[in-house]
Design a protein around this ligand. Sequence first.
Ligand SMILES: *Cc1c(COP(=O)(O)O)cnc(C)c1O
Length: 479
Amino acid sequence: MRRTIQELTEQSSLLHPDQTQRKILQAGVGNYAEAFLTALDTAPAYVGDHAGVALQESPITEHGDELETVLELIGAEIDTPGVNCASGRHFGFIPPGGLYHSALGDFLAAVTNRYSGVSFASPGAARLERYLVEWIARLISYPQSAGGDLTSGGSIANLIGIVAAREAFELKAADLPNMVVYLSGQAHHSVAKALGILGLKECVHRHVPVDERFRLDADALERAVAEDRDAGLRPWLIVATAGSTDVGAVDPLACIADIAERHGMWLHVDAAYGGFFVLCEDGRKILLGMNRSDSIVLDPHKSLFLPFGSGAAIVKDKSLLLKAYHYEAPYLQDAQEAGVEPSPADVSPELTRPFRGLRLWLPLKLLGLAPFRAALQEKLLLARYFHAELDKLPGFAVGPAPDLSVVAFRYVPERGDADEFNRRLVQEILKEGRIFLSTTRLNGAFVLRLAILACRTHLDAVDLALDVLRRKAEQLTRQ
Ligand SMILES: *Cc1c(COP(=O)(O)O)cnc(C)c1O
């Protein structure tokens, strides 16, 4: 038996490379990352005619492949096709960031593999996450009573916020048909998804109209709440958006908070995209009233430029989270007896999870806040600049100036179907691939949207976008 074990040990020791092998691996991966980053300035923002199929033709084998071969496969089949999320010419959806310092934080977190779910296991990792939650809470002027969790993203964070709203009202299944949820058409679909997951579909859903800038109409909300009360229903939850995905609209948060207070309702603010604009001067003014919500969602992987995998749910009364998520189990008795402070697992649906704190803390700690404030103010100004410049180009119809950093627009051709023209316009732009942008529908019309949030997006990229739009629209008009 000992001999067999030793033979197995020899083979399995390949799972932890020695120092020499580690250096080779690190150099290979490091060189790949360097080549990727130095090519970014000229790399396409979008490659559409490539599906990464060769990946499937390269099976996982019994004894593995060479690093070089595998890196080539990653380069050709993963990092080439589709949207280049590291590009500063990515203007689609909500553009991602990808701070290098965060990548290094992830690397360290994975190498040391601290267990951030439970304070007993890693008091430092759990404390760092708690500190970051408190830091975000202070940033948005939430009180000391607030608590929350670093999540994988905004969708899970919305789920956590709505769970808190449910706990606060101690909803039972029998209550649901009487409870009313108020949302505008600009609310992110993850809110409806969360309500569905939570079994709250049977609540009454009121779709509150928006004004001409796509902000929730507070007067219409007030009227709807009053009508529902009169009808014997129970107004429960308002979901407001601070930076809608479509157009970056910020709902009138202070007016909505007044209504929530007046009627004893829960206000959840989805600031997944817009929340961290609070770091810059103009953003702070636009987001006024955000702190009067009961729960809020912010995505560091959006307006703090982190790589994907970072959201945050903050709830004003953290005891509601403990109520929902604190459980005990015999195999966790050592942790419970140690009596340390509440763990991330006590305020979240997750137990084992990646140590998400380091990827957020490392860039903030190393760089300080100043470059983040500057970058966010820069993005707001770039969006206003794009809006003003596009307005000067013949044929383009732009709406009102953006609340944050998304501009919706369309080309209005002299002849033919405008929706069809704009669909072809975006197809031509993506075929060229120098910039990436996405489309949506507003009041039934097909529109393009330029979203500015990538940390590598600066004036040159926005000028290029203007140039591409002008050129492609001219070409299509001539056809
Ligand atoms: C992106 C976004 C979400 C969803 O967040 P994920 O991080 O993609 O899960 C929710 N709400 C708004 C307003 C968003 O922009």
